[in-house]
Ligand binder design. Sequence first.
Ligand SMILES: [Zn+2]
Ligand SMILES: [Zn+2]
Length: 385
Amino acid sequence: MKGMVLDAKWEPKPDYTVSEWEKKTGKAITGNAIWHNPTLEVKDWPDPTPGPKEVLLQIQACGVCGSDMHFYETDDQNYILYPGLTKFPTILGHEFSGKVKEVGKEVTQLKVGDMVTVEEMIWCGRCKPCRNGYPNHCTNLEEIGFTIPGAFANYIAVDEKFCWKIDAIAERFGSEEMAYAVGALTEPSCVAYNAMFTRAGGFKPGHYVNVVGAGPIGLASIGLAKAAGAGIIVAFEVSAQRRELAKAVGADFVYDPREVVGSEVMMDLSKGEGFDFHVEAAGVPELAIPEMEKALAINSKIVQIGRAAQRVPMYLESFQVRRAQAFGAQGHSGHENFPNVIRLVASGRLDLSPIITAHYDLAQTVDAIAKSVERTDGKIMVHPN
Ligand SMILES: [Zn+2]
Ligand SMILES: [Zn+2]
């Protein structure tokens, strides 16, 4: 089969101490400190064969994620920008859906022809965090498209326990093609759902919600806030195209954060009461959190989803006076996240289909990532088959 393979040289930066675990596993914990001179190319890769508990999926759609861009983009020494867990060479792509082509002997939940989307985090189920119910914090994690072959490819073999059926989405859209494309948005939507509802406990209908950043995760956050009955949704986003998408999925007010003072906007819109629920989905907490902090409603929550290796000044007196809380969240697995997001999409209450702004073939995957790097599109979809 063909797949879009990232290869890079294992050349740790001089100031980075490679751990024994990294040497043993060949996995970099801090990708940016180890992987040098990356190349991206669509090329031949061995066909996967499903193990006894696995299904073979023919991949129908795979979205380009911010982390894929951070493999394409490099720092001034030509190391990948992506800071996380990685092992190369491998096939990229982790937001996907596909059709079951073959099932292993011990597969019981799926059959040939089923339409599914898949978790990206291959949690072990055996480590202490997994056994305690926190799969997003698995200590033996493998990640599809980061440490093991991903879905910018014709096929993938994956344990059935990571698959979720999307037939209900096909019924809603009346088309398999749409179901696969929208189904591939489930993973990023679950990142937003996990942070806002599972981790931070959500908000009350009527509450005012602020979303900073309208990339795919921010757009999913806006859609979810609308589905959950937010009173007002305000979004801050630098790209004009993305501001339009934010409106299309439910934002009532959208602003370019370079042209306004976020806290003033929120205090105005709330007539001085402040906003109840704040989502950071831009990866610029050092800019976003101080504005949120000046617009905290009593009992408000701040949820950090964007990733940024940045310290952020926080004035905790505001959190005391406003009875506020801040939550950190990562991942998308467990906690009913996948089934509940699929239900919302199937019911029509969460419709993120407008955020898909471009479609590419597998052969053009590198171009698709290059286009994403412009950061004006919503979600770019690759259709490998
Ligand atoms: Zn992603
Ligand atoms: Zn685990």
